[in-house]
Design a protein around this ligand. Structure first.
Ligand code: ADP
Length: 245
């Protein structure tokens, strides 16, 4: 981030990005719900080459009584990058970044889950990054919220996420890894689209106030498009469920 390397061209002369997108365009997005038999809920999400699997277990009694809350479910989240998800093999041991992202993602999902419905239980969310190409935290939130819905956990709304970057002075929706690496700023956002409530907002780098509001507007455009795809994937899952049983 922020290393503006001379000679690296992140836009064509026509103003298109290295992967051919317009600045306000998402990567091709693929969403599938209910991909794992043994988890209570699961989802697979692709934002271009960023590929994420999310699984949910619960609500259940974990045995460890000290983490139970008398009036609500406890949400736990583990974000993990598979050793083969990056260019160089990543150590499978949890890094500081993964521990931080686990917390940020849990906090992005928590407002959507009706935790009061399941006192004295635990809901476990596992996010596995299979291939990383930028935007894994936001794609992780999108996938995990679908896995929660697939587990039949009552929710106020789905949560969808996308990042906006500033790359060579231009605001771009849903940056890939290269754009993130050489860009000047990265603004990951997640929100409950129907309730219009933001649940994750981080800023790495520098934006002017005007750029910040423009970037946020661009993020909302992306989130609304992703939300549509989330709903379609859920409908597809449950339309096909009867034949599967
Ligand atoms: P996000 O994935 O949410 O954008 P970051 O901004 O921290 O989070 O990371 C940007 C991208 O950098 C990641 O999506 C991934 O492609 C790459 N990356 C992050 N951590 C590592 C790592 N330990 N090794 C290799 N690449 C990484």
């Amino acid at each position: 981030m922020g290393i503006l390397k001379p000679g690296i061209k992140l836009f064509t002369d026509e103003g298109l990005r290295i992967d051919g997108r317009r600045p306000d365009q998402l990567r091709p997005i693929k969403i599938e719900v209910g991909v794992l038999k043994n988890a209570d809920g699961s989802a697979y999400v692709e934002y271009g080459n960023t590929k994420i699997l999310a699984a949910v277990y619960g609500p259940r009694d974990p045995g460890a009584r000290h983490i139970l809350l008398p009036n609500r479910a406890t949400l736990r989240c583990r974000y993990h990058m598979a050793p083969f998800s990056t260019h160089e093999r990543k150590s499978p041991a949890p890094s500081r970044r993964e521990i931080e992202l686990s917390k940020v993602i849990r906090e992005a999902l928590e407002p959507a889950v009706i935790v009061e419905a399941f006192p004295r239980t635990v809901i476990d969310i596992f996010i596995e990054v299979l291939n990383a190409d930028g935007g894994t935290r936001t794609a992780g939130v999108t996938a995990a919220s679908l896995a929660l819905a697939d587990a039949g956990i009552p929710m106020r709304d789905l949560v969808a996420g996308v990042a906006v970057g500033k790359v060579q002075g231009i605001l771009v929706l849903d940056e890939n890894e290269q754009e993130d690496m050489y860009g000047e700023a990265d603004l990951p956002v997640a929100a409950m689209p129907t309730l219009r409530e933001i649940t994750l907002l981080q800023l790495n780098g520098v934006l002017t106030e005007e750029e910040f509001y423009k970037a946020l507007e661009l993020a909302w455009q992306g989130i609304n498009q992703i939300y549509k795809l989330q709903k379609e994937a859920l409908k597809k899952r449950y339309a096909g469920a009867e034949e599967e049983e």
